[in-house]
Ligand binder design. Structure first.
Ligand code: SF4
Ligand code: SF4
Length: 301
């Protein structure tokens, strides 16, 4: 099923130190609402079955997003909203907003949570939002962004103490987090395959990766094109037929790194997106991989 991260606006009301969505420059772009409606209809025709409203903070445009969610529901598209829960200051306020979105057909809320988010938003807000979802019967989960340091223990314990559904998500060392000291990796030699759901920006640029991949300025490796120049169907076909993207999905970043000659001992010191950046944000490394893509594709055990 085709899925897409829909960046209706890059505006956010807080400024997390770890945010990949923006570098130092304030970025407050917003899509035209009527155009967004047309894009959703086009996406449904292109077989998109799931949309995640992400990028900035979608609740800053609640009425507009609620309208888009309703349209998606009418077109049979699964919807998720990613939010920092700033709006859930009280149980009542939270209940009202979650009910409204559920009535519009929202399928899931993803609540962002971390020691960086919680410098700006009380963790009780996240609890209020999650409890509202539980009471109203809306699917939710907490996305617990962590660098796996001791500092994060109390934040994880809060989620456990309240029995909230959560999934740890490694911090991505890009955007504002690019200057963070990367953690010491203590894990297996794993494939690091990626689903690679595309990301649509408010400017209608589409990227093959919705996470750090739109921050590869040296090569623009994941840039697919702009919706003003191509159709949604054409942009999806580009991402689905691109040889290196396909290998990221099936072979994984780790095997590609090994193919380029990186030592295994060095590979395991990188996080997934860091390794991806090393391979694909370097013009030299990318040119080499492009030249040798057929040999890479045949490189299997
Ligand atoms: S991580 Fe999310 S909540 Fe934090 S500044 Fe970025 S977009 Fe806003
Ligand atoms: S590893 Fe690469 S493709 Fe996967 S999420 Fe990170 S930047 Fe995107």
């Amino acid at each position: 099923m085709r899925k897409l991260a829909f960046g209706y606006s890059t505006r956010c009301n807080i400024r997390c130190e770890h945010c990949v969505a923006a570098e130092d420059i304030p970025d407050n772009k917003k899509m035209d609402h009527t155009r967004a409606e047309k894009i959703i209809v086009e996406m449904a025709r292109a077989g998109v079955g799931g949309i995640s409203f992400s990028a900035g903070e979608p609740f800053l445009y609640l009425n507009e997003i609620a309208g888009l969610v309703k349209l998606c529901s009418q077109m049979g598209i699964y919807t998720r909203i990613v939010t920092n829960s700033f709006w859930a200051k009280t149980a009542e306020a939270s209940h009202g907003l979650v009910s409204k979105l559920k009535e519009n057909g929202l399928c899931q809320l993803r609540l962002s949570y971390s020691r960086w988010h919680q410098k700006h938003v009380n963790q009780e807000n996240v609890l209020n939002a999650a409890v509202s979802c539980q009471k109203i019967g809306l699917d939710y989960f907490v996305s617990f962004v962590t660098d796996f340091s001791l500092e994060d223990d109390p934040y994880e314990q809060f989620l456990r103490d309240h029995g909230l559904l959560f999934f740890p998500e490694p911090v991505i060392y890009a955007g504002r987090a690019a200057s963070f000291k990367p953690r010491r990796i203590l894990t297996d030699y794993q494939a690091n395959c990626c689903d690679m759901n595309p990301y649509l920006t408010p400017d209608l640029d589409m990227y093959a990766c919705c996470d750090a991949g739109n921050h590869f300025p040296e090569t623009d490796f994941f840039f697919l094109g702009n919706l003003n120049d191509r159709t949604m169907e054409q942009l999806f076909i580009i991402t689905e037929t691109h040889q290196l993207y396909s290998l990221i999905r099936t072979m994984g970043i780790t095997n590609i790194a090994s193919f380029t000659g990186m030592k295994s001992r060095e590979i395991i010191t990188y996080g997934k997106c860091q390794l991806c950046r090393k391979l694909f944000n370097s013009p030299e490394s990318l040119a080499k991989l492009r030249n040798e893509v057929s040999r890479l594709a045949a490189w299997s055990r």
